[in-house]
Design a protein around this ligand. Structure first.
Ligand SMILES: [Fe+2]
Length: 250
C-alpha cells in the first residue's frame, strides 16, 4: 500500500505531498468520531404551513419578548411539548423513525429499545440572534428540524470539539498561533452545519453545541427534540409514553 494513501481524506494538499514523500509511519488510524445524523425531509407545503400556523402565538410572544442578540427558545419560555401537538404529528413520526435508525447505526439493540420524548420546543431567531454553547441534560439524543430558513449566510449549528483528543498543546491549532497549519478533519475545533429548510439533524444530547447568528432580515424557525433511549425492561418515566423502536418498522 502507498504509505500516504490512508492520509488522502484528511491531510491538506501540501501536507499530503510532504507525507507521501517522507513519512515513515505506515498507518494512521482515527478513533472515537462524533456521530451527527443529517437527513433532508420532504413535507408537503400544507404540513409546513400547518406547523407555522400552529406556532403563530409563540412567534408573536417571541417578538414581544426579544432580547438583543439571543434567540427565543421555547424550553425557557414555557413552550414545550411541541411533539404532542396535532400539527406536528408528521414531524414526530419522522423524528421517531430517524432516531431509531440513528440509534441502530450507533449499535443499539432495536429489539430492546424504547424511545421517550422528554421535551420538544420551537427556537425562533431573528437576524444577529444566537444560542450560546450548551448541552441537553436529561436526554440521550437530541434532534433539530428546520421548518423555515431565510435566505442568507450564517445561522450554523456548531458542534464543539471539547475533547480535542488530537490537540498537541495550546501553540498548535489555535487561530493565530505560530504553529497553525492546514485545517483537516484531525485538527478541527468545530463542525458546522448550515441550516436548511426540511433538514433534520440528530446528535448525542451531551455534545456541546451552539447556534451562530444569521444575517437575514427574517425569522428562522426550528424545532428541537430531546429524546431518551431506554431499555424496554427499565422502569418507565411516569410522564412519558414509550415507543417501541421495532414498531416503527413493522
Ligand atoms: Fe441545543
Amino acid at each position: 500500500m502507498d504509505p500516504g494513501s490512508r492520509l488522502r481524506p484528511v491531510a491538506g494538499p501540501w501536507a499530503l505531498s510532504v507525507l507521501q514523500t517522507h513519512w515513515s509511519v505506515r498507518d494512521l488510524e482515527t478513533w472515537f468520531p462524533l456521530a451527527v445524523g443529517s437527513t433532508d425531509l420532504d413535507p408537503s407545503a400544507l404540513i409546513t404551513a400547518g406547523m407555522l400556523s400552529d406556532l403563530e402565538p409563540w412567534i408573536d410572544a417571541a417578538a414581544a419578548q426579544r432580547r438583543l442578540g439571543f434567540a427565543w427558545t421555547g424550553d425557557v419560555n414555557e413552550c414545550s411539548g411541541t411533539h404532542r401537538r396535532e400539527a406536528f404529528a408528521w414531524l414526530r413520526g419522522e423524528v421517531e423513525r430517524e432516531t431509531a435508525l440513528f440509534a441502530l447505526a450507533l449499535g443499539c439493540d432495536l429489539t430492546r429499545l424504547q424511545l421517550h420524548f422528554r421535551s420538544s420546543w420551537p427556537v425562533l431567531s431573528q437576524a444577529d440572534e444566537t444560542v450560546s454553547s450548551h448541552t441537553h441534560h436529561g436526554a440521550n439524543l437530541s434532534a433539530v428540524y428546520y421548518i423555515s430558513v431565510p435566505e442568507g449566510p450564517g445561522g450554523t449549528l456548531v458542534f464543539e470539539n471539547v475533547g480535542a483528543p488530537n490537540s498537541l498543546g495550546p501553540e498548535f491549532g489555535e487561530p493565530g498561533t505560530a504553529l497553525t497549519g492546514e485545517a483537516n478533519p484531525l485538527n478541527l475545533r468545530e463542525a458546522c452545519y448550515p441550516p436548511r429548510a426540511g433538514r433534520l439533524l440528530l446528535f448525542p444530547a451531551r455534545q456541546p453545541h451552539a447556534v451562530r447568528a444569521h444575517g437575514a432580515d427574517a425569522l428562522r424557525v426550528s424545532i428541537t427534540f430531546d429524546i431518551a433511549l431506554v431499555d424496554r425492561d427499565a422502569k418507565p418515566h411516569p410522564a412519558d409514553e414509550p415507543i417501541d423502536a421495532l414498531d416503527l418498522f413493522r
